[in-house]
Design a protein around this ligand. Structure first.
Ligand SMILES: Nc1nc2c(ncn2[C@@H]2O[C@H](COP(=O)(O)OP(=O)(O)OP(=O)(O)O)[C@@H](O)[C@H]2O)c(=O)[nH]1
Length: 256
């Protein structure tokens, strides 16, 4: 082979290698999974849709868990966020799989419904029994219905303190800023836990990028993926998840 043929094949192979590494980098985008749980009718779906789309959907009926996937910009970096909106709030059907699957948990009650508060308190305890380190927030929803209030704000605070989690009263209907602040804070908490757990991966593609000057190009192409649309998936996607099996196995082994 001539010198030029050798050069041609070397450049060709290098381009294939870079392409493959770029794809791997994209797939390695950090991900945080959130489970939204609570009694039926407390506003879990309305909350999830509000957080992801900024819109309020008044009548939202679903008889299955729904998994939403979206890429968000958190603290100036892209983050794949998956939120499972767990349909059933019955304590007998406690969503154990969703809690194993999740990196963070949002427990919702309705400030006008005492039962929903009792159930939220029970659920918080169960969550912490299964995953005692999981970042969690307790949200008292429907704060716009002050005249129908059955649970004082202090009661919510007390249960949150007892279970070592954050607490806010919100109104999804009124678009409370605490909705965004509380979920953003959960995401940030998860990200900081993830980055301290993982030793920083050495990225060969970044090294090549720096060497041949494509690093900036890489960055800008990541920005274009932000925003995205909400994809609604069936919950079976959750149960195929490797992370769920890993965490369940870990707990089973730890409790032996
Ligand atoms: N007034 C008021 N109503 C709300 C608020 N958030 C949700 N709702 C209403 O509460 C009802 C239940 O909301 P959903 O989001 O379907 O509740 P859910 O917890 O997902 O219910 P399930 O799917 O049965 O588990 C709907 O009629 C919503 O319009 C709120 O902040 N204020």
């Amino acid at each position: 082979m001539t010198y030029y043929e050798n050069m041609f094949w070397a450049i060709y192979l290098l381009r294939i290698l870079l392409q493959k590494m770029k794809t791997e980098d994209k797939n390695n985008m950090p991900k945080v999974r959130i489970a939204v749980i609570g009694k039926s009718n407390v506003g879990k779906s309305a909350l999830t849709v509000r957080y992801l789309t900024r819109r309020f959907i008044g009548e939202y009926r679903s008889n299955t868990d729904l998994l939403y996937k979206q890429t968000l910009n958190v603290n100036n970096s892209s983050l794949d966020v998956e939120i499972v909106d767990v349909c059933s709030g019955e304590i007998q059907a406690f969503p154990e799989e969703a809690i194993y699957w999740a990196d963070a948990c949002v427990v919702v009650y309705d400030i006008t419904c005492r039962n929903s508060f009792t159930q939220a308190a029970d659920m918080l305890q169960r969550v912490l029994q299964l995953r005692n380190q999981i970042p969690t927030v307790l949200l008292g929803n429907k704060a716009d219905l002050e005249h129908l209030r059955q649970i004082e704000e202090l009661e919510g605070h007390t249960v949150a303190i007892q279970n070592n989690c954050h607490f806010h009263e919100v109104s999804v209907a009124d678009n409370s800023s605490a909705i965004y602040a509380s979920i953003d804070a959960l995401l940030a908490e998860c990200r900081s836990a993830q980055s301290t757990q993982k030793t920083r991966k050495f990225s060969v593609s970044k090294m090549f990028g720096t060497l041949i000057g494509t690093a900036n190009h890489n960055k800008s192409s990541q920005n274009t993926t932000q925003g995205g649309t909400v994809v609604v998936c069936h919950k079976s996607d959750l149960y195929k998840s490797r992370v769920l099996r890993r965490r369940q196995n870990f707990t089973a082994t730890a409790s032996l």
